[in-house]
Write a protein that binds this ligand. Structure first.
Ligand code: FES
Ligand code: FES
Length: 163
C-alpha cells in the first residue's frame, strides 16, 4: 500500500516518517519513531495504556491514525524526565508512593496525570478520581496511583481540599 510522508514532532524532536493510511499513531510512535514508552494494551480505546498528549490534549494513540497527527506536536512518556534521567515531580511521586508494579500502564497514567496537572484549575479529590478513572491498571491497585498524583499535585501547589 502507498505510504504517505508525514512529520510528527515528538517531545520537541521532528520525525519525518512515511506511513500507510491505516497506521495508528501508537504504531507510528513505537515502530517508526522508536519511542516504545507508549504501550499498547487493548488497542481499542479502553485501557489508556497508549495515552499521549496531542497538541496538549489527552488522546488514545491506538484510536488515532498517524496521518491525523501530521504537522502536530506530541508528548510521550519519554519527554518527562530531563535528558540526564532526572525524574520530574510526577514521576518521582510515582516512585516514592509505589504507584506502579509491572509498569505496563504507567506511561499512560503519567501522561494522563501530566495533562491533569497542567490544567489551570486546581485538582481536588473528585476531579482526581474522575480523570484517572479513564485508565486501567491490572496489578498495582489504584490507591497508590491516586496517592502519587495527589502528592505531585500538592508538591507543585495544584492541590485543593475544596470540593
Ligand atoms: S491500547 Fe489504546 S486504549 Fe488500550
Ligand atoms: S502497574 Fe501493572 S498494570 Fe498497572
Amino acid at each position: 500500500m502507498t505510504k504517505t510522508p508525514i512529520r510528527l514532532t515528538v517531545n520537541g524532536v521532528p520525525h519525518d516518517i512515511a506511513v500507510e493510511p491505516r497506521r495508528t499513531l501508537a504504531d507510528a510512535l513505537r515502530d517508526d519513531c522508536g519511542l516504545t514508552g507508549t504501550h499498547l494494551g487493548c488497542e481499542h480505546g479502553v485501557c489508556g495504556a497508549c495515552t499521549v498528549l496531542l497538541d496538549g490534549e489527552v488522546v488514545r494513540a491506538c484510536l488515532h491514525f498517524a496521518i491525523q497527527a501530521d504537522g502536530r506536536t506530541i508528548r510521550t512518556v519519554e519527554g518527562l524526565a530531563t535528558p540526564d534521567g532526572t525524574l520530574n515531580p510526577l514521576q518521582h511521586a510515582f516512585w516514592q508512593h509505589h504507584g506502579l508494579q509491572c509498569g505496563f500502564c504507567t506511561p499512560g497514567f503519567l501522561m494522563l496525570a501530566t495533562w491533569l496537572l497542567e490544567q489551570e484549575e486546581p485538582v481536588d479529590e473528585a476531579r482526581l478520581r474522575h480523570v484517572l478513572s479513564s485508565n486501567l491498571c491490572r496489578c498495582t491497585g489504584y490507591q497508590n496511583i491516586l496517592t502519587a498524583v495527589r502528592a505531585a499535585a500538592q508538591a507543585i501547589g495544584k492541590w485543593t481540599e475544596a470540593a
